[in-house]
Design a protein around this ligand. Structure first.
Ligand SMILES: [Zn+2]
Length: 313
């Protein structure tokens, strides 16, 4: 959530050293090469980067047709499972040079939940929301806050069993596993939230389709993205906005097209106070499978990438 702007040469050398000391070998991890864009299905990609913000040899590509950015190749699900259980939190801690784990993020998450509640309140009240599912809800801090604020029953779904233990202790219903494997057996929810998670998914489009199927006709969906454009503009670096923890890098245009395609209409969007994230509260609607960012927007995006890559900050 936070951004470390201490980019002096000395600090950067320390940072590289801290990351090296973790001994994580990204090159050795199992990977798959995506042939088709997850948004539009095109197989024409443009390679944007050859290294990520940690210094790993991660290649970020953009779909030449729609501008969706993604890692290609990308680690397999089992490689990501391993990464999340052992490396993710220590890596982010090494990058920011402070301890970041399930415990330290709790205060930050309470704040996040309160501002999320404020944003979605008008629609939650209007629709008499009674049940909700937090996908990728980790320790359940956000779910607990929302359950309290709205007096609704919360369920947390997350693949990290140790983080879910916290959610259980808070009295939440927990489901251990990935969204892709969850079998709801016809169960529906009034509200589904996907907080700071969509960029971590391995198949964003399928996941949104699945979420759509979990909502009743009056259902609400909240999702937020790290705005890729905001991420590279603030650092004046494309590489600085790429990180192995995120298979996807959405812009307003690509996420909005994906929402349209998977049957969501945006009720309102919100530029978060950090100027980096963008949140969307959505209702359900008929899917528009042809929705795409406008060609002019895609052309402009590639022009801007080249401009950033060749302009000193
Ligand atoms: Zn595409």
């Amino acid at each position: 959530m936070s951004q470390d702007n201490s980019n002096s040469p000395h600090n950067l050398a320390d940072r590289s050293q801290r990351i090296r000391e973790l001994g994580y070998d990204y090159c050795a991890q199992d990977k798959i090469r995506g042939l088709a864009c997850n948004l539009c299905g095109s197989t024409q990609h443009t390679l944007l980067t050859h290294i990520d913000r940690y210094g790993y040899k991660a290649t970020g590509a953009a779909c030449s047709a729609c501008g969706l950015v993604f890692l290609n190749p990308v680690m397999t699900r089992s490689a990501y499972g391993d990464f999340y259980s052992k490396t993710y939190r220590p890596l982010v801690s090494a990058y920011h040079n402070r301890l970041i784990n399930g415990e330290t993020i709790q205060a930050e998450q309470v704040e996040y939940a309160r501002s999320l509640a404020e944003f979605i309140k008008p629609w939650v009240k209007e629709r008499h929301t009674g049940t909700f599912l937090d996908i990728g809800g980790s320790t359940g801090v956000v779910a607990v806050e929302l359950a309290k604020i709205f007096s609704i029953k919360a369920t947390v779904l997350d693949p990290a069993a140790d983080e879910l233990d916290w959610a259980s202790k808070f009295g939440m219903e927990t489901i251990s596993g990935f969204l892709e494997d969850y079998n709801p057996e016809g169960r529906k929810f009034d509200l589904v939230i996907l907080c700071q998670t969509i960029d971590h998914l391995l198949d964003a489009s399928n996941s949104l389709h699945k979420i759509r199927s979990l909502l009743g006709p009056d259902g609400l969906f909240f999702v937020d993205i790290v705005d890729f454009r905001a991420a590279y503009l603030r650092q004046a670096s494309i590489e600085g906005a790429i990180k192995i923890d995120h298979p996807y890098y959405f812009t307003q245009e690509t996420v909005e097209a994906m929402l349209e395609r998977t049957g969501f209409s945006v009720l309102q969007k919100s530029y978060a106070a950090d100027h980096l994230h963008i949140g969307y509260i959505c209702a359900t609607k008929e899917a528009a499978p042809e929705a795409l960012p406008k060609p002019g927007v895609v052309r402009e995006f590639f022009r801007e990438i080249r401009y950033i890559q060749n302009t000193k900050s």
